[in-house]
Design a protein around this ligand. Structure first.
Ligand code: ADP
Ligand code: MG
Length: 375
């Protein structure tokens, strides 16, 4: 049994990940309803139907659940309760439990620790009380991260010593946080996989990710790291998916230290920015895979057909004018993706481009030329 093309699928969230899911679904003949509270959004603007309502609007959820065969998500901050409610009406993946863990750094770290996965040393700070308790000096320097609703490095403050901790905790609104040791990172990589309800798992080629000010800037694929590191990360991601009883596309972000130690940074219960290269460089993209797994269809091949470098286009590029898109497209091996957001703001992800080449070195060089031309 599978969900046939022509059927309506549901998407919770209207951002660019929802838009690219919608495009992949529509390409395969599905229709999509987007539930998102905003009047317009990248996904709702192209979907067949937009339910403009809060994620916990039960009338909207009833409507979604009764008109869609299956529902998925594009960001982790959908209330898990909405997924539980919908699951009584239609197929929902990923499951509410996985999402509730991934949307809360404290629960996420606890889940990872309890299951023996390697994580960065941390303490949970739920209130001032947890600060007054002595925090081991070896944890410093640290990063204080709000437990919920942080993204793209937002809701994070660098902490050099215990003295300034109470003040910084207050700066973050005295909300539950994790205080995490700041480590010298040799590399960051991400494993993106898809798992179906028969425990079939497919992996995408692993990118190396470079961040600027906490925001993903560049993904280089394949990552030029040893097979041992890549295999270890993939095996951890596989075990995470199994432990979560996860169905759908999952991303596990990793830190790699100088001694080749691999640590889990965080989990995203959805396709990931670092997997956007797959739209152009792989036989099946992460979004098509999301559609396939949601609909009970066979996985597509994740084989990468060319080396790729993906670079995010942030709102910062809109200084006085639109960026010169023809400068990107002058490079015939570059693919431009814009998300149709009307307003450009600094730090806001407006689109990305991917350069394809015979080697990552070549793709990287071309990508730097384009970046230079754009500035
Ligand atoms: P977000 O949810 O905003 O992606 P992350 O926890 O992944 O938050 O942090 C964003 C980036 O900040 C990471 O990709 C990494 O570059 C840097 N970073 C986060 N935690 C640490 C750490 N403990 N040590 C060193 N760098 C870190
Ligand atoms: Mg991250």
């Amino acid at each position: 049994m599978y969900i046939r093309p022509g059927t309506m699928l549901g998407m919770l969230g209207g951002g660019q990940l929802g838009r690219m899911f919608t495009m992949a679904a529509q390409q395969m003949g599905y229709r999509v309803t987007v539930l998102d509270p905003a009047a317009e959004s990248p996904a709702a603007n192209i979907a067949e139907r937009h339910l403009q309502a809060d994620y916990l609007d039960y009338r909207a959820l009833d409507e979604l659940g009764s008109t869609c065969a299956a529902v998925t998500i594009e960001f982790e901050n959908v209330p898990a309760q909405a997924l539980r409610y919908l699951a009584q009406r239609c197929i929902v993946s990923p499951n509410a439990e996985s999402v509730s863990i991934a949307q809360n750094r404290i629960l996420e770290k606890q889940f990872l620790m309890e299951n023996g996965f390697p994580v960065v040393p941390f303490v949970a700070i739920r209130s001032e009380k947890d600060i007054s308790r002595k925090i081991d000096a070896s944890l410093f320097p640290c990063i204080l991260k709000i437990s919920q609703f942080g993204y793209d490095g937002k809701g994070q403050i660098q902490i050099e010593n215990t003295d300034i901790l109470p003040e910084r905790f207050a700066d973050l609104g005295s909300r539950p946080c994790v205080l995490e040791k700041r480590l010298p990172l040799a590399h960051e990589i991400s494993v993106i996989l898809a798992r179906d309800n028969h425990n079939r798992i497919t992996f995408f080629p692993v990118p190396e990710n470079r961040h600027v000010k906490g925001i993903l800037d560049t993904s280089i694929v394949p990552a030029g790291l040893s097979d041992k590191i890549i295999e270890e990360a993939c095996e951890i991601a596989r075990q995470v998916a199994i432990r979560l009883n996860y169905i759908g596309v999952l991303c596990v972000e990793f830190f790699v230290l100088n001694n080749d130690q691999v640590l889990v940074n965080e989990i995203a219960p959805r396709p990931h920015n670092s997997g956007h290269y797959s739209l152009d460089a792989c036989i099946t993209s992460q979004f098509e895979q999301q559609v396939r797994v949601l609909c009970g269809l066979p996985h597509g091949s994740t084989k990468q057909v060319q080396a790729a470098v993906m670079i995010n286009i942030l709102g910062d590029l809109w200084q006085n004018d639109e960026p010169a898109w023809d400068q990107i497209l002058r490079h015939s091996q570059a693919k431009l993706h814009l998300y149709g957001k009307r307003e450009a703001k600094p730090g806001r992800k407006m689109g990305h481009f991917t350069v394809l080449a015979d080697s990552t070195e070549e793709a990287f060089l071309q990508a730097q030329h384009i970046r230079h031309d754009l500035q």
